[in-house]
Design a protein around this ligand. Structure first.
Ligand code: GLC
Length: 565
């Protein structure tokens, strides 16, 4: 496939609110980020994705934008942003912004106009509908629970919000909306930002007429993704965005695409005819719930063969056609090591194992802040310790609507809350993990004394140093980037094993995602010698798998050999 910088890049996601607080107000900020740029660069990162920093009332921590061209007060000023961008560029890195254009805040001036009267010129910038027999216009459920419609007494109509009621959906059918968004995008690109992570981008086009979704028989509202994910005009809108904005700049774009499968995603990212460089799909993310709806909390054991299947399918189906984005964590998910690994007995090993797969399977790796030191889920005692709107809404629904007791619901909060990923970054073992000298907006994970950047920097065998090594290995071995993917079969169920092949280079990756030692078939190692061992997440590998032909709990190793031409 064509070589491009972003295929070779390592990306790092910053959730600014929780990254580093420079002024003691308990909230991370832009100067805090600037102070950590050397740290990020030393990790081998090439591109930073910044979660939203725009002006916002923070109903959904900045994913509810009230001014796209101003910086959130708590985060700093536009001058701080310009400084950040310069300093990122000075270090040879790039910066992509989070672009949230499926919806705005209800405090955005466009919405304030829109809600003011039925004849306001902005009325049609959002979806307004009269009620139906005293109820909502249709049965769609908000991704944050409850109806996706909010009644507004001022004009006696309802507006659509796929997320919180403070996040009204923009009406992309209206060309004025689209042009205003394009203008704003050009403004940021003219400033020098290098691209966008496009939030909920496949939700822009809704089924005309906004019909009821197929009812599931018992709930009043139903997930109506068939009426908004990959809607009929999505590609037309994205083509227009490409023509009017993206192709006039050298941009890097990653779309968030919930409900994407390798079938419906290919058109979006096809290298010749698609609209975006990469997408984040969620097929591996929902393996620990009974439903693919994003915040449905019905626990299910995460089966490694299923994870293997999803990863493999995406490798095969995109190969030669499109490029994968790899991630195990982000600001909406529980911590990767708690979900896919073992954050107790094998925290270090399993965090490194996830890094191994992230960097060696085909695609551009995205690290979520803190995963590079193996930060874990948190279990705060009561719901009052939580801040995330999706968590609070879900808790309320279980307790108030379904009548469950809080003690029954808290374990679900502990397992699934988005706040697991949003606890402050753990920099050192000083109070509040060195994140702030004030009172943090969300409590720090109590394990910060053991899990923090400073101690990882000191320890040779830390998760952090392993991530640095991964970046080096990836940069010096093109087979990790451009190698063809080949699944290795006939391995134990909990082992993910594959080869990457490029020219004469052959990489073998073996990853045991279980708490026990597994035996491997001996012929797996044909042609590999101990010298071929490129990476291992166990310190003592003097004997290696070659002799033992086993993998210890969460052991992962990467071999590289040159085959005869
Ligand atoms: C995306 C974001 C998430 C946000 C939602 C609404 O899924 O990642 O954090 O709540 O969009 O903007």
């Amino acid at each position: 496939m064509k070589k491009t910088w972003w295929k070779e890049a390592v990306a790092y996601q910053i959730y600014p609110r929780s990254f580093c607080d420079s002024d003691g107000d308990g909230i991370g900020d832009l100067q805090g980020i600037i102070s950590k740029l050397d740290y990020i660069q030393n990790l081998g990162v090439d591109v930073i994705w910044l979660s939203p920093i725009y002006k916002s009332p923070n109903d959904d921590n900045g994913y509810d934008v009230s001014d796209y061209q101003a910086i959130m007060d708590e985060f700093g000023t536009m001058a701080d942003f310009d400084q950040l961008l310069d300093q990122v560029h000075d270090r040879g890195m790039k910066l992509i912004m989070d672009l949230i254009v499926n919806h705005t805040s209800d405090e955005h001036p466009w919405f304030l106009q829109s809600r003011s009267s039925k004849n306001n010129p902005y009325r049609d910038w959002y979806y307004w509908r009269p009620g139906k027999s005293g109820r909502e216009p249709n049965n769609w459920e908000s991704i944050f629970r409850g109806s996706a419609w909010q009644y507004d007494a001022k004009t006696d109509e309802y507006y659509l919000h796929l997320f919180s009621k403070k996040q009204p959906d923009l009406n992309w059918e209206n060309p004025d909306v689209r042009n205003a968004i394009y203008e704003m995008m050009r403004w940021w690109l003219d400033k020098g930002v290098d691209g966008f992570r496009l939030d909920a981008i496949n939700f822009l086009s809704k089924t005309p007429g906004l019909p009821d979704a197929r009812s599931n028989g018992h709930a009043p509202y139903v997930c109506a993704s068939e009426h908004y994910a990959f809607g009929p005009r999505l590609f037309e809108f994205l083509k227009e965005m490409q023509d009017k904005v993206l192709r006039h700049y050298d941009t890097f774009t990653v779309g968030e695409a919930a409900f994407a499968t390798t079938q419906n995603a290919l058109d979006l990212v096809n290298e010749g005819t698609g609209y975006l460089n990469l997408i984040f799909h969620f097929e591996h993310v929902h393996l620990d719930t009974e439903s693919s709806e994003r915040i449905t909390w019905i626990p299910r054991r995460l089966e490694i063969p299923e994870l293997k299947q999803v990863l493999t399918t995406w490798q095969h189906n995109l190969e030669g056609v499109a490029w994968n984005a790899q991630f195990f964590g982000n600001h909406d998910l529980p911590r990767a090591v708690s979900k896919y690994g073992n954050d107790k007995d094998y925290r270090v090993e399993s965090a490194k194992l996830l890094g191994t797969v992230l960097y060696t399977i085909g695609g551009t790796p995205f690290i979520y802040q803190g995963d590079e030191i193996g930060m874990t889920n948190v279990a705060f005692p009561t719901i009052n310790d939580y801040r995330d709107i999706a968590t609070l809404n879900a808790f309320d629904e279980y307790v108030a609507v379904e009548g469950k007791s809080p003690t029954e619901v808290m374990p679900l909060v502990h397992q699934y809350s988005r706040d697991n990923a949003r606890t402050p970054m753990q920099w050192d073992d000083s109070p509040n993990a060195g994140f702030t000298i004030g009172e943090p907006w969300l409590k720090v994970n109590p394990n910060y004394k053991d899990v923090n950047v400073a101690s990882d920097q000191l320890r040779q065998d830390s998760v952090l140093n392993f991530y640095k090594e991964l970046a080096k290995v990836r940069k010096s071995n093109p087979v990790l980037v451009y190698g063809r993917f080949e699944e290795v079969g006939d391995v134990p169920d909990d082992v993910i094993a594959y080869k990457r092949i490029l020219g004469n280079s052959e990489l073998l990756v073996l990853a045991n995602f279980s708490d026990y030692t597994v035996a491997l078939r001996p012929d797996l190692f044909n042609g590999y010698t101990m010298e071929a061992l490129l990476l291992s997440n166990y310190l003592d590998n003097s004997q290696g798998q070659l002799d033992r032909q086993t993998l210890r709990p969460y052991e992962g190793c990467v071999y590289l050999k040159e085959t005869a031409a």
